[in-house]
Design a protein around this ligand. Structure first.
Ligand code: SIN
Ligand code: MN
Length: 359
């Protein structure tokens, strides 16, 4: 493979319209070889993404990173359109790399649509800065990439909060749902209760992983290794969620708990902090499936300003670093916005590290 070195944004795939990965590099030829021989590890090695199906050279790295970040926020359909605009058959382009300079995004319907969608999805972008959670523009740029928390993509909502619209394709959502159904058969949904009052939550829930979150009148909020009704260990966290964690959590150890919350039509969740974990250095990574919900997130003090994000089926949101203890909750669902769940409603999964890993 011959190539000249220049910053490039690229997409790898495992087959025609299969799993795809968007990346950025200063040496495309070298990077593709790493993906091909698996030496780079991670997502592309795991899913066998060995074909270079799209790429674009950039004059400088800042512009390449901006473009990569933007593409990563797109719906899968737009990425497929982008690939097929130059490579209908999804052939491997790596054997004849040519210089393909970047076309300015202002002429691209993809970037306009992606930006306007992100802007609509998050209300109050210009609201003030709730304590500990300064607002950021929705348009990611090199300068705005959150350094402190080290995320590599996603749309910045506030410092430490990253939003990945349509992270899971419809097929991936369906696959995940099948796995969740099997898990719920083994570890049935139960209704948590408020400590002291015993008032039932409006969501029903279960857990996956070595630890699960439970709450009842007698013993309050806690993590435990077994289901409160069956007494059995929780089912394992599916591989696809462990891979998600590896991709977005920026944390070396595995998650121990995956809370599975099921919201029916009127269920909601009041503003609260996730603080029953011992290790706050790991983020909380959340996946939404089913009907769209209005998620609200504020600062680390109760009563501060908040921002809202409409979380649709397939969206991923993580909050960590300065936002790890941010107050958050679900105001409402938008019934009928997804066909994923036959009878409507919403499933939310949150991946969490609970214990402090031994050194
Ligand atoms: C949670 O805070 O545990 C759930 C949030 C959500 O349902 O999106
Ligand atoms: Mn929570």
């Amino acid at each position: 493979m011959t190539h000249e070195k220049s910053p490039a944004v690229y997409i790898m795939a495992n087959r025609h319209r299969g799993t795809i990965y968007t990346g950025v590099t200063s040496d495309l030829g070298g990077r593709v070889l790493e993906h091909r021989d698996g030496s780079r590890g991670g997502f592309t090695a795991k899913y066998g993404l060995k074909a270079l199906v799209w790429y674009e050279n950039h004059a400088d790295m800042a512009s390449a990173i901006t473009r990569e970040t933007r593409i990563k926020t797109w719906r899968r359909k737009w990425k497929i359109d982008l690939i097929e605009s130059i490579n209908r058959d999804w052939s491997d382009l790596s054997d004849n790399l040519i210089h393909r300079p970047f076309a300015p995004p202002s002429t691209s319907r993809h970037s306009k649509r992606a930006n306007s969608e992100a802007e609509h999805a998050i209300r109050n972008p210009a609201a003030g800065s709730p304590s500990g959670v300064p607002n950021r523009s929705l348009a990611p740029s090199l300068a705005r990439r959150p350094v402190a928390f080290g995320m590599t993509d996603g749309v910045g909502v506030a410092e430490g909060v990253r939003y990945f619209p349509q992270y899971f394709s419809p097929e991936a959502q369906q696959h995940l749902l099948t796995q969740l159904r099997a898990a719920v058969a083994a570890a049935p949904l139960f209704t948590p209760e408020m400590p002291r009052t015993g008032k039932p939550f409006s969501v029903r829930m279960t857990n996956l992983g070595s630890l699960g979150w439970v709450s009842d009148r007698a013993r309050g909020y806690r993590y435990q290794a077994t289901h409160p009704v069956t007494g059995k260990p929780w089912p394992a966290i599916p591989e696809v969620l462990l891979s998600l964690w590896q991709e977005v959590a920026d944390y070396r150890h595995s998650p121990e708990a995956c809370l599975v919350n099921f919201y029916s039509g009127t269920a909601k969740m009041g503003l609260h902090q996730d603080r029953d974990e011992q290790d706050f250095s790991a983020p909380v990574v959340s996946v939404s499936l089913g009907d769209t919900a209005l998620f609200r997130i504020g600062g680390t003090e109760r009563g501060g300003k908040t921002q809202s994000v409409k979380l649709a089926s397939g969206d991923v949101l993580s909050f960590g670093g300065p936002a790890r203890l941010a107050y958050h909750g679900i105001d409402r669902l938008y019934p009928g916005t997804s066909t994923l769940l036959k009878d409507g409603g919403r499933i939310n999964l949150t991946l969490r590290r609970v214990t402090i890993p031994s050194p």
